[in-house]
Design a protein around this ligand. Structure first.
Ligand SMILES: Cc1cc2nc3c(=O)[nH]c(=O)nc-3n(C[C@H](O)[C@H](O)[C@H](O)COP(=O)(O)O)c2cc1C
Length: 362
């Protein structure tokens, strides 16, 4: 199979229907197993009793994909392809615009198969100044080739294109992909075609190791979202849909992955300062985001909490969730004596227990 001469994608609505089944499971089931930890609970920031700062004069602005976010936050890619998914995208993107944070659409595979579904991903009209990030799976990117991925990127007027890595999910999904070859090659081609500042490589809940991060950097990738263990587990989501052997094996692997805090710290150590690093996977609070920045992240990303807020009460609840996150992040900055997020890295922090072990091993 050639990346530049892709075979046609199958045309049916299986992909879109599967996405709605995923939304149902994510809305109500235990898709983020409590026994899986990000290990941010093993990070302690040091209290500053004399901050000498005004809460209202903090500067949270953060560069991303040629624009400036008002806060170092990203709603990571979730959905698209159905009417229900379209509503989630539009409502959450609207709040992203209000708060000046970045917004990712979900996998555009359904759109590649059925271009008439573009409208279920397109949010530029409700989020004119937002950093919008397109999304496609690595295996689909190999099949579509750079031209096909470029079409998806342009189809949603995106600022960048995320390519997601999800071998754990695919292996647990009975109809999932089993051949993961050709990934670095297509990413290298994509970086050349779109530009290094337009490509983001993300995991989906199992994390990115320092070794993989180093190889990504070698092929030109400059933006990495580790999406580690501790939040939504796609192995668990697929396990809940599966029967028989897949259900049993899925159960064994639903705690598989690199805890997000360990992934952030070790990837930053491996790739140095020239890479924009996003901490996602089980990030639930502004304090988690502050801890992630301390360990080397530039931006914090969240999916499930914002989806669930939307399910609970639409735009109003997403707004409330976002306000809580931003307020806590600001509070963490003041209480550590930092006016800007990057200053967090200059401050002492305490890392204990299991996270210390992970950081020593990676
Ligand atoms: C409902 C839902 C749908 C998702 N769909 C996608 C997707 O299409 N593409 C993708 O790259 N990641 C997808 N993800 C993964 C998230 O972007 C993120 O990497 C992961 O869920 C970890 O973050 P969380 O613990 O905050 O949910 C999805 C997550 C959720 C909750």
């Amino acid at each position: 199979m050639s990346a530049t001469n892709p075979p046609p994608m199958p045309v049916d609505d299986t992909t879109a229907r599967r996405k709605d089944a995923h939304l149902d499971l994510c809305a109500t089931e235990e898709v983020a197993p409590v026994e899986n930890a990000t290990l941010f609970e093993r990070v302690f920031l040091v209290h500053c009793a004399m901050p000498e700062l005004s809460f209202d004069q903090l500067d949270l602005t953060t560069p991303l994909f040629g624009k400036r976010l008002k806060a170092p936050l990203l709603v990571t890619g979730m959905t698209g392809g159905t009417e229900r998914a379209m509503q989630v995208n539009r409502d959450v993107a609207l709040v992203a615009e209000e708060f000046g944070v970045a917004f990712g659409v979900g996998s555009q595979r359904a759109m590649a198969e059925r271009p008439e579904l573009t409208r279920t991903f397109a949010v530029r009209d409700v989020a004119p100044s937002t950093v919008i990030i397109g999304n496609i799976g690595l295996v689909q990117a190999v099949r579509l080739g750079v031209d096909g991925v470029h079409r998806l990127f342009e189809g949603v007027s995106a600022d960048a294109m995320a390519v997601h890595l999800n071998p754990g999910q695919e292996l647990t999904q009975p109809e999932g992909d089993r051949d993961f070859r050709g990934g670095y090659a297509i990413l290298g081609e994509l970086v050349k075609r779109l530009g290094a500042d337009r490509v983001l490589v993300k995991e989906t809940g199992c994390g990115i190791s320092p070794d993989v991060a180093r190889r990504l950097v070698e092929v030109g990738v400059r933006n990495i979202d580790v999406s580690g263990l501790g939040g939504t587990s796609w192995v668990r989501v697929e396990q809940l849909r599966a029967e028989g052997v897949a259900r049993e094996v899925g159960a064994q692997f639903s705690g598989w992955g690199i805890p997000t805090a360990a992934a952030v710290a070790s990837v930053r150590k491996a790739v140095g300062p020239g890479v924009t690093l996003i901490a996602a996977g089980g990030m639930r609070t502004g304090l988690d985001v502050a801890k992630a920045i301390t360990l080397g992240a530039d931006i914090g990303g969240m999916a499930l909490p914002l989806f669930r807020a939307h399910q609970e009460g639409g735009v109003a609840k997403v707004r409330e969730a976002m306000t809580t996150i931003v307020t806590a992040l600001k509070q963490a900055l003041v209480l550590t004596g930092c006016r800007t997020p990057p200053e967090l890295r200059q401050k002492p922090r305490v890392v204990t227990g299991e996270l210390k072990d992970w950081m020593a091993a990676l």
